[in-house]
Design a protein around this ligand. Structure first.
Ligand code: NAP
Length: 242
């Protein structure tokens, strides 16, 4: 009989894979922020929407009798990770971060690493830009009237947006061939260092398109694993302790 009750902070492939791997072993509640209108639904129980800051999350953990939290949010969802660290510390619930490894530059790549989306916008030279940073921070590029943008996102962006903007609504997985068709004729690819499937980076390498790579934000020092298997092993350990 499943015993441990686990909150999975999700919104990622890893979050869904973990929820599926927990089925029959642990009780899970997956939490989504509610940013996308048609999210892919994970296995187990689901809740949608913010908690109302670290205090709201702490209240939720107590009220729902959560015994372990796995933060499987996107590497750039740093606010949620900070809140998870604060709330679990306050309530005394163990927290694990499940985060896919970042990308590493390969021979043939031409990358420029920058610290923020704003720094990526500042680093652009005039030209055609393939923008894959998601819709939320597209406003950072609005002042670059000397660039034209092809921006890909799951949901349509909202203003402020660059004037010279073409939007492509799409969700991965993507193929190297498809990415090469989109990148042909582009002067630069702008991406966050999300890690995971890297078809756009392979395509950029093969077409010699330079890449502006936005570094991950810092997160609190929390036990971290990179695979669903390691997260399950951690949960098994916690399960023995409760
Ligand atoms: P964020 O900036 O770190 O979080 C902002 C607020 O959104 C949080 O304080 C929290 O609200 C709420 N929130 C975030 N993730 C949540 C979750 N899984 N469940 C419930 N509430 C959540 O987050 P974000 O960058 O906007 O990302 C939002 C969601 O999209 C995350 O689930 C993330 O995994 C996913 N995502 C993000 C990116 C990205 O590039 N940032 C890319 C792909 C997917 P309260 O303070 O009210 O609790």
């Amino acid at each position: 009989m499943p015993r441990l009750k686990v909150l999975i902070l999700g919104g990622t492939t890893e979050g869904r894979e973990l929820a599926a791997a927990c089925a029959g072993r642990f009780m899970t509640v997956s939490s989504l922020a509610g940013r996308t209108g048609s999210p892919i639904i994970p296995a187990g129980e689901l809740r949608i929407g913010g908690f109302g800051g670290p205090g709201g999350l702490a209240d939720y953990l107590r009220a729902s009798r959560i015994q372990a939290v796995v933060d499987a949010t996107h590497p750039f969802a740093a606010t949620m990770t900070e809140h998870a660290a604060a709330a679990t510390a306050a309530v005394g619930v163990p927290l694990l971060v499940l985060r896919r490894p970042g990308w590493i530059e390969q021979p043939g790549d031409d990358w420029q690493r920058v610290a923020t989306v704003g720094a990526a916008a500042a680093a652009l030279k005039p030209g055609r830009v393939f923008l894959t940073t998601g819709r939320q921070e597209i406003g950072a590029f609005a002042g670059r009237y000397d660039c034209s943008f092809l921006a890909r996102s799951v949901e349509p962006p909202v203003p402020p947006m660059p004037l010279n903007l073409e939007v492509l609504i799409d969700r991965g997985p993507f193929t190297v061939g498809g990415e090469k068709r989109l990148l042909a004729g582009m002067d630069v690819l702008v991406t966050k260092d999300s890690g995971g499937a890297d078809a756009k980076l392979v395509a950029a390498r093969e077409l010699s398109v330079p890449v502006i790579m936005i570094d991950r934000p810092a997160i609190p020092a929390v036990p971290t694993v990179a695979s669903v298997g390691d997260a399950i092993r951690w949960l098994n350990t916690i399960d023995l302790l409760v």
